[in-house]
Design a protein around this ligand. Structure first.
Ligand code: NAD
Length: 375
């Protein structure tokens, strides 16, 4: 049973889907691990580290030959997979809606494509959840990116030359990334406030020492849908939220936005007029920029200035911490495969009816099989 680990080819992608630690653990399960030469370099892992962990290292064709499972961070380019064994698994973040044509190509290759970002949010799958592990790092890095662009200090400082006041940081969207952003900004000494549509986050915000900013005026609204995710809000809620944000945002130095709604474009939370209300030198980091952005005027892959306010729109923020992001991503993949390991067969198995398999398997037997892609 051979597991192939590919070098990522997408622009700006620095992560790798296996670490020496997980390569070793796969070897201990009896798998033969083949790593494409240079796969880990951008994440500070050289080929020798994989060899020391018991993997072989070769070019892409050699690594893919006879592979039963192909691991990637992003979905591999189907053009580079010719000759893949029918029935081989492709396990990666596959962006099934954004890369729909690619999914069809995986089906045509006879592969079973597993979209790790569709892992169900159940207790058993927490250790396999790439969205959580990567969002956590992105939330941390967003605050550092904001601090780097901000021409002032974060903590309050009382010096002989006078006092500097603490930066005011507002976090919009308090999921995994937002919680880490709050914690990081607090560690840097900022005065932090945060908002979300899910009322359950209020307690979490308070427990991190930040101030919750919530819409109270619209009754009977609960922004939590299935699996702990947010739902699209009513127009009345959106209007109340916009008013609340307008008065609050004008007093903020830093805004970090992280709001996402599964299967939809990111909700627009900050308008151009609200950007204009902030004082010059303020910084906004839009972590949702890859999904369309929470902030009007944010540009994916760029830092732009509007009304004297910098709007930071880095893509793929987790990849900017490639070593740690890879280590956690690799463990997510290992935890998924090892939890389904069939010792007799010497490989993982995902029987029909398995909650995880049904949630993440996109293709099988030459067909696209996932309901979300067929409707
Ligand atoms: P996400 O990345 O989908 O969205 C980020 C945040 O934006 C969410 O908190 C969401 O409520 C918020 N949001 C959406 N629309 C908004 C709006 N208009 N205004 C303000 N905020 C808005 O979320 P996530 O980080 O994936 O986490 C979602 C939930 O899932 C959390 O409660 C998290 O703890 C939970 N979770 C559970 C598991 C598990 O059980 N396996 C794993 C990971 C996360």
């Amino acid at each position: 049973m051979r597991i192939a680990v590919l070098r990522e080819t997408a622009a700006g992608e620095r992560r790798v889907a296996a670490s020496p630690e997980t390569a070793k653990k796969f070897a201990q399960l009896g798998a033969d691990i083949a790593v494409e030469a240079g796969a880990g370099l951008a994440a500070s892992i050289d080929d020798a580290a994989y060899r020391d962990a018991g993997a072989s290292v070769g070019d892409r064709a050699a690594v893919l030959a006879d592979a039963d499972i192909v691991l990637g961070v992003q979905g591999p380019d189907p053009d580079t997979l010719a000759g893949l064994k029918p029935g081989a698994w492709i396990v990666a973040g596959l962006d099934p809606f954004g890369q729909r044509a690619r999914v069809d190509r995986y089906a045509a290759l006879g592969a079973e494509a597993m979209a790790m970002e569709w892992m169900p949010r159940i207790t058993r799958a927490q250790s396999m959840d790439i969205l959580s592990s990567q969002s956590n790092l992105a939330g941390y890095k967003a605050v550092l990116d904001a601090a780097a662009e901000y021409g002032r200090a974060f903590p309050m400082m009382m010096t002989a030359a006078g006092t500097i006041s603490a930066a005011r940081v507002f976090v919009m969207g308090v999921g995994v990334a937002g919680l880490q952003a709050i914690a990081t900004a607090r560690r840097l000494g900022a005065q932090v406030s945060a908002t979300d549509v899910r009322s359950a986050t209020k307690e979490q915000i308070l427990s991190l020492g930040a101030k919750p900013i919530f819409v109270e005026a619209v009754q009977g609204i609960e922004g939590e849908g299935s699996g702990g995710y947010a739902t699209e809000m009513s127009d009345a809620y959106k209007a109340a939220q916009a008013e609340l944000v307008s008065s609050h945002i004008a007093k903020q130095d830093i805004v970090i936005t992280t709001a996402l709604i599964p299967g939809r474009a990111a909700p627009r939370l900050v308008s151009d007029a609200q950007v204009a209300s902030m004082r010059p030198g303020s910084v906004i980091v839009d972590l949702a920029v890859d999904q369309g952005g929470n902030v009007e005027g944010a540009v994916a892959g760029e830092t732009v200035e509007r009304h004297g306010v910098k709007i930071v729109g880095h893509r793929n923020v987790a990849s900017r911490l490639a070593a740690d992001a890879s280590a956690l991503f690799a463990r997510n993949l290992y935890n998924f495969l090892s939890a389904h390991w069939d010792k007799d067969a010497g490989r993982p198995a995902l029987p029909d009816g398995d909650e995880i398999g049904d949630a993440i398997r996109l293709t099988r037997g030459g067909q696209v099989v996932h309901a979300r892609l067929l409707s």
